[in-house]
Design a protein around this ligand. Structure first.
Ligand code: PLP
Length: 484
């Protein structure tokens, strides 16, 4: 594409030079001048055509009605079909860079992991791995995913509040860090490690009892949540005490994750203070020195137009003094670990859908699209807000609901939005769908899984082909050829 753009520009420069070159014969200069005049409008049109990356960014900036943007999305829909997850590679890389820059200058002992549950596409994970990030996983399937993209066991942190025996076995075999969630689990890990004649590397997931003020279902650090060993009543401390006496266990760190889509730094600051207090107590009272303290993920992104959220720099700045004070009190500095998911991939994702029908009812107008909560679960599950753009339309704004194609009343992707009126066949884009989008998608209502593409400039790479109807039966009896 760059080549296509540059070739006419070179021809244009040649004509320009020829026109004003006094030693060239007049007919040649006239010819060059005529060519110059004729090519200008054509080149202008060409230069105005945005790359796919630019079209994605323009959609974000509420310029989805522009012809160049419309053409880009039509091209994507015609080539790859809908519903389609589109991820913008430069956006993902920019987010990693922003976090690394903000923290690396203030926290020299730093390790960043990617919580792969946010977007488990192997190509996406590889992009993050290439930036030096470790992998935080929550299941055997995610362990296998991390291995498949090239992580080694020791680079993996395995967190889950409910690990099955097979998962524990695999994590110990691989030398991953098991992030232990209960004393029961600690005992099971001890037995398995003994059987394998290995030392299991562990940290404890600690519940610090901090409310970061986010959506209830993704608020994980509050006292009533199912996650972690509570700091309260010394439960976490007692777990370390117990683990210290187990020769099969190697204590490496402490972990917490207070929630997701956190937009203010206060919760992190309070959590860091509490966790560093634990670090100090463990050293002073039990002689345990941790190699890392993991403050989790959870960094929020703006989902609404005009919304401002804590930047990585805001967070790093707020944490710096608390960290310095805490490590000074503890008398040593563990490595700071962070493990965001959404922050890296959320804003990179665009869910492209097509309007099936528009229906006006006595109470509401529904724009029915060809994606539903089987494609993007967040609005139905959390009442999460995603911005919506109607491609190629700017006029006739109406109050509408963007409704999914799943047979459930709750399948509304966007409620009560004032949008340019769409009609059947139009394209509608749902923004910020890169995290917990495809990774939460299902084949409910027997709809095959959507495709995923990765955009870099004008290059598009299919990173997951669309599901097929025969795949709906892949593990069933009817998939097995009948015996004669
Ligand atoms: C233990 C743990 N770490 C990290 C994350 C990533 O969270 P986020 O995507 O909000 O950064 C999660 C998400 O649920 C989690 O449970």
């Amino acid at each position: 594409m760059t080549l296509l753009r540059d070739t006419p520009s070179t021809a244009l420069s040649f004509c320009l030079a020829s026109t004003f070159h006094l030693e060239f014969p007049v007919p040649l200069r006239r010819l060059a001048f005529t060519f110059l005049l004729l090519s200008v409008p054509c080149l202008q049109a060409q230069e105005a055509k945005p790359t796919l990356h630019e079209a994605l960014m323009a959609t974000r900036a509420d310029r989805a009605g522009e012809p160049g943007v419309t053409a880009a999305f039509r091209r994507l829909a015609e080539t790859y079909g809908t519903p389609l997850y589109i991820y913008d590679q430069p956006h993902i890389q920019g987010q990693v860079q922003a976090l690394q820059t903000a923290f690396a200058s203030r926290f020299p002992k730093l390790r960043i992991l990617y919580a792969i549950k946010a977007n488990t596409n192997p190509v996406v994970i590889k992009l993050l791995k290439a930036k030096g990030l470790g992998a935080e996983v929550v299941s055997r399937g995610e362990i296998e995913t991390a291995l498949r993209v090239g992580y080694t066991g020791p680079e993996i942190m395995f967190t889950s509040s409910s690990k099955n025996p097979g998962e524990i076995r695999r994590a110990i075999e691989l030398g991953a860090v098991l992030n232990v969630d209960s004393l029961d689990e600690l005992g099971q890990i001890q037995i398995e490690a003994r059987q394998q004649k290995k030392q299991a590397r562990i940290s404890f997931r600690v519940n610090p009892g901090v409310d970061p003020h986010t959506i209830h279902q993704i608020n994980t650090g509050i006292a009533e949540s199912k996650f972690g060993l509570h700091l309260q009543d010394g439960l976490a401390f007692k777990a370390y005490e117990k683990a210290k006496g187990m020769p099969e266990i190697r204590i490496e760190g402490a972990h917490c994750h207070i929630g997701s889509q956190i937009t203010e730094a206060d919760g992190y600051v309070l959590t860091a203070r509490k966790m560093l207090g634990l670090v100090k107590d463990l050293k002073e009272k039990l002689g345990i020195k941790l190699s890392f303290l993991d403050l989790g993920g959870g960094l929020g992104i703006p989902y609404e137009d005009g919304q401002t959220v804590m930047s990585p720099d805001d967070l790093a700045k707020a944490l710096e003094p608390v960290w310095k004070e805490g490590v000074a009190a503890a008398g040593y500095e563990p490595t700071l670990w962070l493990e965001p998911g959404r922050f890296f991939v959320g804003g990179s994702g665009f869910l492209l859908t097509r309007v099936n029908t528009v229906k006006v009812t006595p109470l509401k107008t529904f724009v029915n699209v060809d994606a539903g909560f089987n494609t993007l679960m967040r609005p139905a599950m959390y009442k999460a807000y995603h911005r919506v753009r109607v491609i190629g339309k700017t006029k006739d704004p109406k109050l509408v609901d963007i409704a999914g194609d799943v047979c459930e009343t709750g399948d509304i992707l966007a409620e009560a939005r004032t949008l340019p009126m769409a009609e059947a066949g139009d394209l509608v884009v749902i923004l910020d769908a890169g995290a917990y989008g495809f990774s939460m998608a299902s084949e409910y209502n027997a709809r095959p899984m959507p495709a995923e593409v990765l955009v870099d400039g004008n290059a598009v790479r299919v990173i997951r082909r669309r599901g097929t109807y025969p795949e709906l039966f892949r593990n069933t009896e009817s998939a097995v050829p009948a015996k004669r």
